[in-house]
Design a protein around this ligand. Sequence first.
Ligand code: SF4
Ligand code: SF4
Length: 235
Amino acid sequence: MSRRTEPEALAYLQRVKASYQNFIKINYEGAAKDCKTCPAAGVCCTDEHFVNVQVTRLEAVAIRETLKRTPRLTEAERRAVYGRARETVERYGLRVAGDTFAQTYACPLFETGVGCLVHRRAKPAPCIQHACYEHWEDLPPVRLQARTEHRIERLNHEVYANAWAWLPIPLWLCLVDPESDGRELERLAREWSLRPKKGGSNDAHHAQKSAAHRWPNLPRIKQSFPQNFPQAHQR
Ligand code: SF4
Ligand code: SF4
């Protein structure tokens, strides 16, 4: 497999995400419920019982860089995001081992009055895919997300070899926090490096999980929409 530096991979990752986001916007979002008029705006990001979005190491770095550069955050507000991430890890007992997709949490990247802090430059794939639709046939096909996440996995391999993993967003925020000493990430990277080469990609994740979940890796929401109101998850 070819190798890329982290900055090269971050630039490519952003192009992959932008292209996916534009494609969803142009081809599917027109049929989705307008988030601006949603009576439960943000619940899809903050429902602690349902959000289970996971990202990779490279995406975590992209999120960190986005938070660093966004002019809408003061330094205190930026630190508050990492503080929320730590509290979230504690509150929901998020762990790097076991069935990490079974862990749910309220996303620390959601800011009341602003929305998703990484919406434009580092939004996770399931968050890009998600919206609330009235008709199932209007939902974007799951294969679009699977294809994007497969590309993301390949990029991680190109930069870190096996030293990365899919983990809940709050855990990754703690690991890449600019004020952390980096030792926990180093320890985990050593551990991950010793695993056999990760096979399959995201499709394997989906196949493994689909027996138990209709929408693997998609945070789900509980709210007062009509019964059977279709959601492809996350804003
Ligand atoms: S994705 Fe759905 S639940 Fe979330 S803000 Fe938009 S309309 Fe509301
Ligand atoms: S869109 Fe995704 S990353 Fe952004 S706040 Fe919501 S759950 Fe978090």
